[in-house]
Design a protein around this ligand. Structure first.
Ligand SMILES: [Zn+2]
Length: 226
């Protein structure tokens, strides 16, 4: 059976996380979110974990080669023998190049890069409409999941507020960062014919269906390449 080595890309609010969880269950492949990998390496006290911790303790960004090293440790293990799903990494072209070099060393390569796309207006609508309960963090949405009484949590009567992360100017900033850093990455993978675009603006079930069709095609192509 060919390996299925996947990268998930998409703007904040595209539903990438939700789809990633479903994929992980459907494909039974390990799901690596960068933050989790670094935290696990730190917890397990591996050499890379100790290096990463030094940067984190100083409040510095962990360098690409340390992150790639931590990811490679996981990829080069029995659990990822049939493939893996990477989420949150790579975010930039240099990171993608570092990842490609490391995979090459391991005699592996990416099967496909799945872009779950949503335009800025959709992202603003989805994230900007969230309301969070100050008491217990229950989450509502003004359009998709409105509370019975405006501004009041259905569960415990707590006040519903817009979290700092969901304020329009903050979402705008995250989108600007995404466009600046990740769009060159999309082109990078498109040039290598690895990119598959999925319309994230559709309903979650439809997005899941489209993902599953895309994966079937990728598997067929991988079979033929052997
Ligand atoms: Zn509540």
């Amino acid at each position: 059976m060919p390996e299925l080595n996947l990268v998930l890309l998409g703007p904040p609010g595209s539903g990438k996380g939700t789809q990633g969880e479903r994929l992980q269950e459907d494909l039974r492949l390990p799901y690596y979110a960068t933050g989790d990998i670094l935290r696990a390496a730190v917890r397990e006290g591996t050499e890379l974990g100790r290096t990463a911790k030094e940067y984190m303790d100083r409040g510095d960004l962990v360098p690409d080669e340390v992150i790639v090293g931590a990811i490679a440790e996981r990829i080069d293990s029995e659990e990822a023998a049939d493939g893996f799903i990477l989420d949150g990494f790579p975010r930039t072209v240099p990171q993608a190049e570092a990842l490609a070099a490391k995979l090459d060393e391991l005699g592996r390569g990416l099967t496909g890069v799945l872009l779950i796309d949503a335009d800025d207006d959709e992202v603003m609508r989805r994230l900007g409409g969230r309301r969070t309960c100050v008491e217990n963090g229950h989450v509502f949405h003004v359009d998709f999941n409105p509370p019975e009484r405006e501004g009041v949590c259905d569960v415990d009567g707590g006040e519903l507020v817009v979290r700092d992360d969901d304020k329009p100017e903050v979402i705008r900033h995250r989108l600007d960062q995404y466009h600046a850093k990740t769009e060159p990455l999309i082109e990078f993978y498109d040039h290598q014919s690895l990119l598959r675009r999925i319309d994230g603006a559709a309903a979650p079930d439809e997005v899941a269906d489209e993902l599953s069709r895309t994966l079937s095609t990728l598997k067929l192509e991988a079979d033929e390449a052997i």
